[in-house]
Write a protein that binds this ligand. Structure first.
Ligand code: ADP
Ligand code: MG
Length: 703
């Protein structure tokens, strides 16, 4: 890891650690860490999931089953039943109505408390209809009250996200302590300038935090629960702003570095184009020109290349790589899986070696002599283009002069990996150009916030002759019909995929195992050559199967979603996807993109297991009608949220704590403008904002 530039002297002291709160020892601190809480500020920013209304006492006669409510009543009688399961029943009356408390676990102290007829209790819990027809509460929170007891609270009671062994009352107590410290100016200082807050109608951070932890009784619960409450939006705004600033700062730092200008005379690229069996589409030429302009600059390119499945991003990547090679430098292409890396390697080798360009392949599997030799060749410039998995950015890998780093299907990689590759080529203050390609189109607002460090190029045109993949939605009871379809396609000399979402029956609840499916299909279609590929096969076996399929030596390939991205076998014209109702739209679209890559008619059968809910039906319907990846991504975003669309769920990358890119989309424009303004007029706020929200854990935003 290269040395990091010195941080400017921090304008605000670090927020106090959790252990400064009363009652927090090492054990509790450990549990709180599990929730991501390390400082007192973190406690304040750990917002309730929902609220309970304990501001009112409801007469028993007005209770409705299913509601959470607070009651006050007198004990009339208690009993411990020992028939069957042992439990404690405590009968209560508030004069007008009766209710029973039921406990399956109880302490001697509780037994004693409830065994006092005439004692008054205040209870909070969910009301349900009891076994005998009356109303019940199971394991309510109870306390004994007398005439001197404090009145009910005038605040809504927060319910926090928690973890095993951490009780709500502990979290509530900590939040209370932290809120009391809010008045001491050093905790959670206001970082947004007053004028800006006034203009955007943003309350102060202290007011927002207080309002969310201890909302007054008259706060609209619906607004709180939907996340649209102004206090929550105030925090969401600041969080989005911090992320925006961190990416922008990252960009600024990278752009300040020098990069090798790649402006060769273009001979290699020219010959490459001439030899291609097709001509580039207008969109491919346009993005290549955009990339070319960037590469010619003495500053690192930071560009995101978006394009629908099958729009031809790989060839653009290869042409870009040649720009580096033409000036005597190197390029690297990183793919998220071995399968893809292997395929890119073959493509690049077939395209580039006839031009005298040395292409090498590096994966984690390469060991011993072969690996050492390859590393030497990379370090000595004998290899011009390296293709591989993330093995490319291990420490031992040194490039002689890496001028361009290309990352394919980037959403599988986290921002951190993106940074690591960027650092790879950093030598003597020089930084490689970077091109990121996404497999799945990303809706514009989302791209502008999640990739604020990148410029964007879009291939918005498919190669000519492509026909939309005919998509049908079929219950899996009609498998026979489906196998007849496969037989027909293969007889016509085509090939087919059969995709099963999970590998192994043990981990599958309903998903059919690829292994079993392959056996069944082999039995069912004895005349076909059936292959099987899944993530747990040894890499060599995987490759052998893929190569056989590509060469036409297999008719039907049964696979898990390992073939989701990038796999390119133009002769395949039929795809069956099992348990389609379990996959996201963008993922289905991506899978479907494995067919329809040639000019022949292709189809995709989405098999589902009935019954299919209305929503699921509508979701699959989107795929039947829609063939535009951007549109599908937009719908997917609505249906499943940004974590899935951006792939942050898969990479486990730090996600937003309070904001929600979908719900808070309408803030994103203001966030971007505010970021400009702060960078220009209040640069001193940038570092503390990033530190507050992104923290020391993430190197996100630092280079
Ligand atoms: P993706 O953008 O999904 O990565 P690929 O780069 O794998 O797409 O390209 C899909 C297929 O289209 C490949 O077989 C590729 O060779 C082919 N292709 C790319 N560009 C063109 C073009 N301009 N005309 C015809 N076929 C093309
Ligand atoms: Mg691709």
């Amino acid at each position: 890891m290269p040395a990091m530039p010195e941080r400017a002297g921090s304008p605000s002291p670090a927020p106090p650690l959790l252990t400064t709160l009363k009652g927090v020892g090492p054990k509790l601190a450990e549990r709180l860490h599990r929730l991501g809480l390390r400082t007192v500020e973190d406690v304040l920013l750990h917002l309730p999931l929902r609220y309970q209304d304990r501001t009112r006492v409801i007469p028993i006669g007005q209770l409705r089953p299913g509601e959470e409510a607070q009651i006050e009543a007198e004990i009339t009688r208690a009993e411990v039943t020992t028939r069957g399961r042992r439990f404690l029943l405590c009968h209560l009356s508030d004069g007008a109505g009766a209710l029973t408390l039921r406990f399956f676990h109880f302490s001697p102290a509780q037994e004693q408390l409830f065994g006092q007829p005439g004692a008054r209790l205040r209870c909070f819990g969910e009301v349900r209809s009891g076994y005998t027809g009356g109303l019940e509460m199971i394991h309510p929170e109870c306390r004994r009250i007398d005439p001197d007891s404090p009145p009910v609270t005038d605040r809504l009671t927060p319910v926090y996200p928690t973890t095993a062994g951490l009780q709500q009352f502990t979290l509530r107590g900590l939040a209370e302590q932290a809120l009391a410290l809010l008045d001491t100016a050093t905790l959670l200082p206001e970082l947004l300038p007053q004028a800006l807050r006034a203009r955007l109608h943003l309350m102060s951070i202290a007011e927002a935090v207080r309002g969310l932890h201890q909302p007054p009784a008259d706060t609209a619960l619906a607004e709180l629960d939907s996340g649209r409450h102004p206090a929550r939006r105030r925090l969401a705004f600041e969080e989005l702003l911090a992320h925006q600033l961190s990416l922008r700062r990252l960009r600024a730092r990278v752009r300040r570095q020098a990069a090798p200008p790649l402006a060769g005379e273009g001979g290699l690229s020219g010959r490459f184009m001439e030899r291609l069996p097709f001509t580039l589409t207008g969109a491919q030429r346009r993005v290549l020109a955009e990339i070319g302009t960037d590469l010619a600059q003495p500053r690192p390119m930071l560009r995101l290349l978006q394009g629908d499945v099958g729009s031809g991003k790989t060839v653009v990547a290869a042409a870009a790589a040649l720009r580096a090679v033409e000036t005597g430098a190197q390029a690297a292409l990183m793919a998220p899986t071995e399968l893809l890396a292997e395929q890119h390697y073959r493509n690049f080798r077939d395209w580039l070696e006839p031009l005298g360009v040395e292409v090498a392949w590096l994966t984690g599997r390469l060991t011993g002599r072969a690996r050492r030799t390859l590393l030497e060749r990379l370090a000595s410039s004998a290899v011009h283009v390296a293709v591989g998995t993330h093995a490319l950015f291990q420490d031992a890998v040194v490039f002689a002069e890496l001028a361009l780093a290309i990352v394919d299907e980037q959403h599988r990689f986290g921002v951190h990996q993106r940074l690591a590759l960027r650092e790879k080529g950093q030598r003597g203050g020089r930084c490689p150009h970077q091109l990121i390609m996404t497999a799945t189109p990303i809706p514009r607002t989302l791209a502008m916030s999640a990739y604020a460090d990148l410029d964007t190029s879009i291939i918005d045109e498919l190669p000519p002759g492509r026909r939309p993949v005919k998509t049908v939605v079929v219950p899996d009871s009609r498998r026979d019909e489906v196998s007849a379809r496969i037989r027909q396609a293969c007889r016509a000399g085509r090939q087919a995929y059969w995709v099963c979402p999970l590998i192994d029956e043990s981990e599958a609840l309903q998903c059919q195992a690829a292994v079993v499916t392959a056996e069944q299909l082999t039995a069912l279609l004895p005349e076909l050559r059936v292959g099987l590929v899944h993530g747990r096969l040894p890499a060599a076996a995987k490759e052998a199967v893929m190569a056989a399929f590509k060469a036409g030596a297999l008719d039907l390939l049964v696979a898990t979603t390992v073939i989701e991205v990038g796999v390119d076998v133009p002769n395949a014209s039929l795809m069956i996807i099992e348990n389609a109702e379990r996959l996201g739209l963008a993922q289905l679209h991506q899978l479907r993109g494995r067919v329809g890559r040639g000019t022949m008619e292709s189809s995709c059968v989405l098999l589902y297991r009935p019954p299919l809910s209305q929503v699921a039906h509508a979701r699959l319907g989107v795929l039947r009608q829609c063939h535009d990846g951007f549109e599908i991504a937009r719908r997917d975003l609505e249906l499943r949220g940004p974590g899935e669309v951006l792939g942050t769920r898969q990479t486990g990358e730090q996600t937003l704590r309070i904001a929600d890119l979908l719900r808070d989309q309408d803030l994103l424009n203001a966030v971007r403008h505010t970021a400009d303004e702060l960078l220009r007029d209040h640069p001193e706020t940038v570092e503390p904002l990033i530190r507050r929200w992104i923290g020391g854990g993430a190197r996100y935003g630092e280079v």
